[in-house]
Ligand binder design. Sequence first.
Ligand code: ATP
Length: 356
Amino acid sequence: MSIQIQNVSKRFGTFQALQDISIDIQSGELIALLGPSGSGKTSLLRVIAGLETSDVGEIFFDGQSITNHHPKERNVGFVFQHYALFRHMTVFENVAYGLRVRPRKTRPSKAEIEAKVMELLRLVKLENFADRYPTQLSGGQRQRVALARALAVEPKVLLLDEPFGALDAKVRKELRRWLRKLHDDFHITSIFVTHDQEEALDVADRIVVMNNGKIEQIGSPDEVYTHPNSPFVYDFLGNVNLFKGRLHNGKLTHGEFAIDVPDSHAHTQDDAVGYVRPHDTQIEKTAVTGTVPVTVSHIHLLGPIVQIELRREDMDEFLEAELSKEHFHVLQLNVGDHVFVRPKQLKVFIPEDFSI
Ligand code: ATP
């Protein structure tokens, strides 16, 4: 089922929670809504579900407007952060619930319900837990029940609101694999809300980055991580080094150093900030044009990657570089070494690019 969200806005009193949101989601995509607390992720999910009405805008499922449809008519499955399982029902009954309450005409037979529930419990590896109650399960197991329950009614769209938010890091990782697998097996279209960058980068086909009720960027994990189109997305999606300076004659300059900037800024004269990810921050042993003198202040060996913390000598700031282990051994770096940093892929923003 494809989903088109067209120019959706929503106010709560005078507060603008969503502002002109448009997203085209293809059938079968797994989309992450990513943003800080209060950015409007949950509000958007609730509008898509029909639990909240938008003030302006329309939503289409497979080209049909469902803007005024009741949540029950939208054929969506939900999973929430706080396992909204029925406490007085067993795991089996929880998963069967959506099928049992169907109108008589479309309700499957008892045997069909049993077969379907057991198949779903096998998929989430809980077939031996069918008779347990939710209180007898771990948090991760409860969320797997919640996933199975949402999928039981064969929704075309699966909406998940911080589904793994309350769980510890290891369980979260495991559950997002489950989500990806079930999403693929069921050929469903899924949208999940998260404020965890790593989670979004790890499982989503595309990420919608939200800030202050607006979309900052939509793109594949690689696009939003490697080519952010705003300072906000750079900051929110990972570690980043900043080079503050002034644009002049096609260069970003600060004191002694001058770095070439992309053509789009060749004629700009303004204060500016250059952004670069640690893995695009190169270390040189000798000074060449466009390098900044630094001192190695920390070396973190993280398996195949080596993270180097560097102190800028011309100002009281730290930078970070990420090297492969092989490259690290070639460079033979030690704490205290004086080296030079060259930003590759520097993206320059001028004051008007910064949202307040
Ligand atoms: P979080 O990650 O904290 O859940 P979020 O990105 O999901 O945040 P929303 O829950 O969509 O954000 O909320 C967006 C803004 O709208 C918040 O400032 C919130 O206080 C406000 N808001 C949400 N629901 C209501 C409501 N029913 N009445 C008034 N304000 C609301």
